[in-house]
Structures are given as structure tokens and as C-alpha cells.
Design a protein around this ligand. Structure first.
Ligand code: SAH
Length: 308
């Protein structure tokens, strides 16, 4: 049913977003995440403005019309650094959508980035259950602030993406139901969901990964409940099983986010172990992605792919 609903709304079109992982410095200590501040076992990097613009040029020439700048909560970006980069992208590529995903910030910073030309923001709520939130994050990171951020973003006119991990430690079915109700109330443009996958240097290293079947079921449920919503077949889903991306699309997803980060840096943005960044996940390999989508009756659309 979800597949039919997706085809009814979007035909055979799949929106692509070029993901640029701009840096992995992070002040946060999310217990599930491989780039958490407490992980000393990772090579930290920050892409320069010129490198980011090169990634955009490379992606633009291949048909990308949305760039997603994602990274850790690097305080450096607060001080005009990212503003400059957004302005430069806006100037060089007037017809693209600029999406940010760099965590929790002050409202004034979100406002500055919006003025500079950012259109969208991805900030998963992670879990709608307060107590569960506190088991996934240190006390300094509150559910209240995450929610404040989401509301500020929407208020400032960003097309906003929420979402959550499936099978994160201590999650119950009730939590997942609460997540769906939270999404209903938030009414975001995009919902990013993917299975939790352990990272070897995180406190959650010994927890099992989330279940693929449950993730697919939830994608379908989201599609049926929110027919217009943008639903990515996430990298985490593609990392867990070889045809995860395709299964996600056939369950109701209509967006994929190939990786445009320079190949020599990709390995450092290690949110979890064995994160996919080659094959059809690689931005330079759009031909492979197109072939795989073609096999399931889908085609890449060259457009911003706005929420309507
Ligand atoms: N700093 C940004 C980007 C975080 S990474 C922010 O706070 O939004 C993007 C998403 O990856 C997170 O929101 C989280 O849901 C997901 N993620 C992080 N660690 C993960 C893991 N171990 N397994 C699966 N997904 C994970």
C-alpha cells in the first residue's frame, strides 16, 4: 500500500541530495555516535570553504540540485564561518537548495544562516520519549533544547527534517509510536529514519543493530500517514543490508543522499561501523545508482525536490 501511495504521489521519480560531510569535530557526546567528543580514536577534520565549493561544483555538474552540509556540532561554524560558505554556494549556484545539518544552535545563528541563503535543516528529534532521550545523551544535552531548535527552525521558515533511529538502545515499541505521534504534531517536510548501528568506540558498542524489517515497516507507516512527506532511504539502511536502499524505496522512501564528500575524507565521518560510502552511495558513481534504481522502476529527478 505504501509503495502504491508513493507512486501515486511521486510517480517513478527519486530525489537526490548531495551529502557533503563538512567536518567531524563535535562538542556533543551522544552515546550512540562515533564522532562524539569523547571518542579520541577518530581523525578529526574540517573541510575548507574551497573544498566544499569544489564538492558542490562536482555535484552540480552531475545533476545534483540540493546540497546537504552535515557535520558535528563544531562551534567554529557559529562564528560566521558557515555563513560565508552558505553565501558562496548561494552565489555560485542560485538554483540549488541548501540544506544544513549541524545540530543544535542558538536561534540567532539559525536566523543568520537562513538570511545567508539556507533553505532547509535536518535535525532528527532522535526519540520523542524524554526518559529514553536521557539514556541516549549526557545530561547537558536536553530533549527540551532539541525541541526548541526544531521549533525555531520551522518558525524561521526552514523546510525542516525530523526523524529517529530504529532500534536504538532501550527503545520500546511505545517509544516508536510516540515518535510517529511527535512527527504528526511537528509536521516536518522530511523524516529521516534508519537503523541504529553500533560504533566500536562508543559506549553502545555491544548493542545489536536495529532491525531492517522494522525500519521498512515504519517507512511504510510514515508514507501512509504523511503522503507528501520526503522520506530518504538512508545510508544506515543501505549499510546494514546490500539492497537496503532499494528495499527502503519499495517500502515508501522517495529520496536518496549520495555522498559528495572528498573520497579521502569519507572514512573519517564514521557515525557507526561499516558506514557505506562507496558503490552507488558515492556521488561520483551516479551511473551505478541510476542503474540500481532503474531495476526497481525508479529514475533520478534533476530538481531541487522541494516539499509541496
Ligand atoms: N550533528 C548533527 C548531525 C548528526 S549525524 C545533528 O546533531 O543533527 C546525523 C544522524 O545520524 C543523527 O541524527 C543520528 O540519528 C544518526 N546516527 C548517529 N549515530 C548513529 C548510529 N550509531 N547508528 C545509526 N544512526 C546514527
Amino acid at each position: 500500500m505504501a509503495r502504491a501511495a508513493t507512486e501515486h504521489r511521486f510517480g517513478d521519480g527519486i530525489f537526490i541530495r548531495g551529502l557533503i560531510e563538512i567536518g567531524n569535530h563535535c562538542r556533543c557526546d551522544c552515546l550512540y555516535c562515533g564522532i562524539r567528543a569523547g571518542n579520541s580514536d577518530t581523525r578529526r577534520y574540517r573541510l575548507s570553504r574551497d573544498t566544499i565549493l569544489d564538492c558542490c561544483r562536482f555535484g552540480y555538474d552531475r545533476g545534483f540540485r540540493t546540497f546537504v552540509l552535515q557535520g558535528g556540532e563544531d562551534p567554529v561554524y557559529d562564528h560566521g564561518v558557515l555563513t560565508d560558505i552558505i553565501e558562496a554556494i548561494r552565489n555560485d549556484f542560485p538554483d540549488v537548495a541548501i540544506t544544513l545539518s549541524v545540530g543544535e544552535r542558538e536561534r540567532s545563528v539559525y536566523a543568520e544562516w537562513r538570511r545567508a541563503g539556507a533553505d532547509r535543516y535536518l535535525l532528527r528529534h532522535e526519540t520523542a520519549n524524554l526518559e529514553h532521550y536521557a539514556r541516549l545523551h549526557p545530561p547537558a544535552q536536553t530533549w527540551e533544547n532539541r525541541r526548541r531548535c526544531l521549533h525555531d527552525l520551522q518558525d524561521l521558515g526552514y523546510q525542516t527534517g525530523g526523524g529517529f533511529m530504529v532500534g536504538s538502545p532501550y527503545q520500546t515499541d511505545d517509544d516508536l509510536a510516540a515518535d510517529i505521534l511527535f512527527i504528526r504534531d511537528l509536521d516536518p517536510a522530511m523524516v529521516g529514519i534508519g537503523p541504529f548501528i553500533p560504533h566500536h568506540a562508543s559506549p553502545f558498542r555491544d548493542f545489536p543493530p536495529g532491525d531492517v524489517g522494522t525500519t521498512l515497516f515504519l517507512l511504510s507507516l510514515l508514507r501512509l500517514l504523511f503522503p507528501r512527506v520526503l522520506l530518504p532511504a538512508t545510508t544506515a539502511l543501505g549499510s546494514l543490508v546490500p539492497d537496503g536502499r532499494e528495499q527502503g524505496i519499495l517500502a515508501g522512501a522517495n529520496v536518496v543522499m549520495p555522498n559528495l564528500t572528498p573520497a579521502d575524507t569519507r572514512g573519517s565521518y564514521d557515525l557507526y561501523d561499516n558506514k557505506l560510502s562507496d558503490g552507488a552511495e558515492a556521488g561520483e558513481n551516479l551511473v551505478a545508482l541510476k542503474q540500481r534504481l532503474h531495476r526497481i522502476g525508479r529514475q533520478v529527478v534533476v530538481s531541487r525536490g522541494d516539499y509541496v
